[in-house]
Write a protein that binds this ligand. Structure first.
Ligand code: FES
Length: 209
């Protein structure tokens, strides 16, 4: 497993707990045509943008090339100032979803605001192998870290793999569903997203734009 990153400034949790800045790291995606915001090395400093460019940067959909995202790898892109995870799940990660289910607070994703309708399924995604989620804990806004290894000693021998929020210990499965009796009140948010092709994803739109 690898996670592609580049550093962002430190961000504190809302309750004053310190969030590890490395966990806020983002890989800035290369965006394409169609009016999507271009992020990454080519992005001009926001102060140099015109008002309309700033509006686009704040809310425009982001196109992402996932061609090189191998099974087990995760990349992070920025959309509306938030980190969005794109995880290509392995067959083992997909199998872990069913294993986690009895221990989840909301396995059926009943809180409608947390995902589009097309992501209200076991995988919480449009494509079983690709999981897209906003990487911000629904408790107080820390950025959860990967805890992909099943049986992680810190999380117990029956840990199926997923994500751990370092601030207050909320845990999430490979579909961003929160485990029971944790501070986070809901599953992680799945943003609107769509596929432009097998290898190009758009974040922030429900259909190709
Ligand atoms: S911010 Fe409190 S558990 Fe994540």
């Amino acid at each position: 497993m690898s996670i592609s990153t580049s550093s962002l400034p430190p961000t504190d949790c809302a309750d004053g707990a310190s969030c590890n800045p490395s966990r806020r790291a983002l890989l800035l995606a290369t965006a394409g045509a169609g009016g999507a915001m271009v992020v990454g090395a080519a992005v001009p400093f926001v102060g140099s943008l015109t008002p309309s460019e700033r509006a686009m940067a704040a809310g425009a959909p982001v196109e992402v090339d996932i061609d090189k995202l191998a099974p087990g790898d995760m990349m992070v892109v920025e959309w509306r100032g938030k980190p969005v995870w794109i995880l290509r799940r392995t067959p083992g990660m997909l199998a872990a979803l069913a294993k986690a289910e009895p221990h989840l607070a909301d396995p059926a994703s009943t809180v409608e605001a947390q995902q589009p309708e097309y992501a209200r399924n076991l995988q919480r995604s449009r494509r079983p192998d690709v999981f897209v989620a906003v990487g911000i804990c629904t408790h107080l806004g820390c950025s959860p870290s990967s805890a992909f290894q099943p049986g992680n000693p810190a999380l117990g021998a029956d840990w199926p793999g997923g994500f751990l929020c370092p601030c207050h210990g909320s845990t999430f499965d490979f579909a961003g569903r929160v485990f029971r009796n944790k501070p986070a009140p809901t599953n992680l948010e799945v943003p609107p997203h769509a596929y432009l092709s097998d290898t190009r994803l758009i974040i922030g739109a429900d259909s190709p734009v």
